[in-house]
Design a protein around this ligand. Structure first.
Ligand SMILES: Cc1cc2nc3c(=O)[nH]c(=O)nc-3n(C[C@H](O)[C@H](O)[C@H](O)COP(=O)(O)O)c2cc1C
Length: 308
């Protein structure tokens, strides 16, 4: 467990200076649409200390058919299906706009093979506007049929392929469906990853109450929000105990209290995802609450580990 109070202010994340520890979860805040809606005031009061793009793929994608969202008692199930303009469309249209944000930019990439991942990392990593690359490994590798991030060996191979192609820090976004996320994190670290982030969404499904058929156009989707926070906290703790590289924790963070818990569990930085749909300024609020809480001394409590 690290001292949360020390990490609530400016920090360095894989050599990149950040003014604070609150990022966004990839795909949960559209900074380009927000700039259109809020104008330059978004830049003056940007809610995050670094911005993570939504995941891009080599080819453009339409995403899944609607409906794409289902509200759970404590969060969402999304079946968005990674709609994006593809690598060339992103570099031409989105990157120049994201480069105007007042914080370092991480670009999230997903490949359906190691070749695709290599192409994405090389092309994105050569751009000066990009401070970090996040590998979203929650997808099946068409070469092996395995979800890259579900397996330590697959993850290591993916990172080994990407590592020599870019000098940018590489963050591996872990999937919570892995049997042993800490083993996957250790494999990523061993292969040269500079940080890991977790958790991505958990697999879920909802049924249309009228038809009895699956509600989501994509049949299954990803569960996020406060309902997954306890799962995320446990995985962040297990991973942070196992690796020396920084851990970026996320999953249901909606307040400074939640963020502080992730930092106490070993995360170096945190990300706000689903909460930004309810409150687009959630990142800034979480950061302010976190600073206030981190300044308060925590009352000493017995260490449960000492009872074992
Ligand atoms: C609508 C939606 C879209 C998402 N898109 C992406 C994505 O493109 N890439 C990715 O790595 N994670 C994506 N995520 C996962 C989030 O970044 C985050 O890991 C997850 O939602 C857990 O955090 P939260 O509970 O705070 O939302 C998405 C989540 C949601 C709800």
């Amino acid at each position: 467990m690290t001292s949360a109070a020390q990490t609530a202010s400016a920090l360095e994340l894989c050599g990149v200076a950040l003014r604070g520890p609150v990022l966004n979860g990839s795909g949960t805040f559209d900074a380009i649409a927000a700039r259109r809606a809020f104008g330059d005031s978004l830049l003056e009061r940007f809610p995050f200390d670094a911005f993570v793009s939504k995941t891009i793929t080599v080819e453009p994608r339409q995403g899944n058919p609607p409906p794409r969202l289902w509200e759970t008692p404590a969060g969402l199930i999304n079946s968005i299906g990674l709609p994006n303009k593809g690598l060339e469309g992103f570099l031409e249209h989105d990157l120049p706009e994201l480069a105007e944000l007042p914080v370092p930019l991480a670009v999230s990439v997903m490949g359906f093979s190691r070749d695709e991942l290599a192409l994405l990392a090389a092309r994105v990593g050569e751009r000066d506007e990009v401070a970090m690359i996040e590998l979203n490994v929650s997808c099946p590798n068409v070469e092996s049929g395995l979800v890259m991030g579900a397996d330590p060996v697959e993850t290591a191979r993916a990172v080994e392929r990407v590592r020599p192609l870019t000098e940018r820090p590489v963050i591996v976004k872990l999937t919570p469906g892995a049997l042993d996320p800490a083993a996957v994190a250790a494999a990523a670290e061993g292969a040269g990853a500079d940080a890991v982030s977790l958790i991505n969404t958990l697999k879920g499904m909802a049924v249309n109450p009228r038809s009895g058929r699956p509600w989501l156009g994509g049949v299954t989707g990803g569960v996020s929000g406060p309902g997954i926070r306890a799962v995320a906290l446990e995985q962040v703790h297990a991973v942070a105990e196992r690796v020396a590289i920084p851990v970026i924790g996320m999953g249901g963070i909606a307040s400074g209290r939640d963020a502080l818990d992730f930092l106490a569990a070993g995360a170096r930085a945190v990300a706000v995802g689903t909460e930004s749909f309810r409150d687009p300024a959630a990142g800034r609020r979480v950061a302010a609450e976190l600073r206030a809480l981190a300044a308060e001394p925590r009352s000493p409590a017995p260490d449960p580990a000492s009872k074992r």
